[in-house]
Design a protein around this ligand. Sequence first.
Ligand code: ADP
Ligand code: MG
Length: 604
Amino acid sequence: MNRIRILHSDVAGKIAAGEVILGPVSVVKELVENAVDAGATAVTVEVKGGGRESIRVTDNGSGIHPDDVLMAIQKHATSKIASSEDMERIASLGFRGEALPSIAAVSHITVKTRAKGQEEGCVLEQDGATYAVKPAGLPDGTTVLAENLFYNVPARLKFLKSAAAEGAAVSDLMGRLALSSPEISFKYIANGKLQFQSPGTGLTDAIIAVYGKDIPARLLEFCAKAGEIQIAGHISNPNYLFKTSKNQTFVVNRRYVRSKAIADALKHAYGEQLLMAHFPFAILHFTIPLHRVDVNVHPGKTTIRIDDEAELLALLDAAVRDALSGGRIPAMDFSKNTDNLKNRWVCQNETQYAPACRTGPSDTYAEQMSADGRFVIDSPLRFKEDDLDDFALEASAPLTIKPEKVVENQQHFSLSDMAEYKIIGQLFGTYIVVEAGDVVYIIDQHAAHERMNYERMKSAETLLPQQLLLPYALRLSQNDHDFLIQNADFLCDMGFELEDFGGSTIKITALPLRGNQGDIGLLMEDVLELLRGYDRNDPVFRDKIVRRACRISIKAGESLSEEEMRLLVHELRDSDTVPVCPHGRPVAVVLTRAQLEKNFKRIV
Ligand code: ADP
Ligand code: MG
């Protein structure tokens, strides 16, 4: 660990201002973050009275140099950043230099620490109005004890919740911290009783420590990567859901964060597989380049801003969909259109639902009290979330409606199942219809082409220029013209060939991708913007250009020759790719012969 310095006022002034310590939870969070930043492999947290009486955090990390201990409890004293530039790439959990002074200001604080390589440790203790540091024989690492929180701030003390409630919040936080740093062994003790201990041997073991040994079997595990973004996730089967979102933990670069955008994207990806008013279990670890994450948004550091969050959310969406279907395409579901399927939904807390027996339009639903006194809704339709919302709206209190019978198992297919196939033709100038065995694949030509182009380009060392049949004359402002010409060599390496055409016009002769040429102008506008906005050596930049270029793939509405269709289907079949485009839309849907025969009543 670096030595501690007081931040220059310029840097300190840029730090999101506000109270750091709001209660026991924030003390525990800040102290554990310090232990993690100190490279600890074992952290013990002990609280008494829900943390109101005392909080002790012990780690086996780097320790604090004896000459720095007094400084550590001063405002804006930190070993983690030094300059404004450091704030652009924060690799540590802490960086504000405010936790220890804030804790010291509102509690009785004791710090025992021995830095690695030092002969002995030292103890910092309150001594009247000041602090004294005395040498002491100690093991490597640091223990911080904070007692009598808010003893000197009665207004704050008044707002603390009961010991039980504060303790429950600390307990919840401890679980999330153990899930956020699964390579660290956490021991959590409340009022002298061990609550849990994680072994520090990876996420699955941390999940077992926090939630119990039966949980992993109910989870789907996935890993997804696009450019420099990576997501490792454990999410629940659609039949293992909760009524609150409390079993969702999002971690960005080892930091536990809250994010409505991520929660919404997750929900969206489950789609209709999610029962009304229910939430999946999810632990999602995101790895994002440091410069794309701004953690200096709020003193609590759990709210962050992510540059180009849409890209991350699209990857999450594709990965979750993929995990839920095992990378396979579900057979299309026609059951909504059949009238022989009875679905029954049972209201669990029927006493809260006022209306007596009532019947809706007979072709949609019928609500009634069943013989055993339960409130049931029968319908030939399979309800969607929104429909059920309408029922819930009429209830005087929160209403839980559960399906009594689970809809049948859907069959799933993968693109590689098209071993032997016959191209039937192009549908609506947009979809390629392929017969393979007893299955019909309906392929979205744009989504498929985009996915194939993306796969090819993202892994290519250099992007080869594809000559345009007709050069494209791009008229620009003088400024943009000059800028693009200056970057011509660099763009050439990315597969763009351009030359000065006189005046402020540029002639484009090749692009990294063949395809519809109609929107070259728009593509080049975006390329200009990306060139201006990004460091060219940044791999994210390359990924962005590639993604953008992919969009000029074959469009919907373009007629394709049999040979063009065959090439695309062939490539798709052999690609081993996820069946979604780089923006998360499906590449294909599947219709089975059995479903057709059922609908024509050839089979029942
Ligand atoms: P920050 O974490 O933002 O730097 P803190 O007030 O939390 O600020 O801590 C101040 C400094 O004290 C840290 O930068 C670090 O050098 C040192 N420190 C605090 N806790 C520990 C610990 N558990 N182990 C090693 N060093 C620590
Ligand atoms: Mg800190």
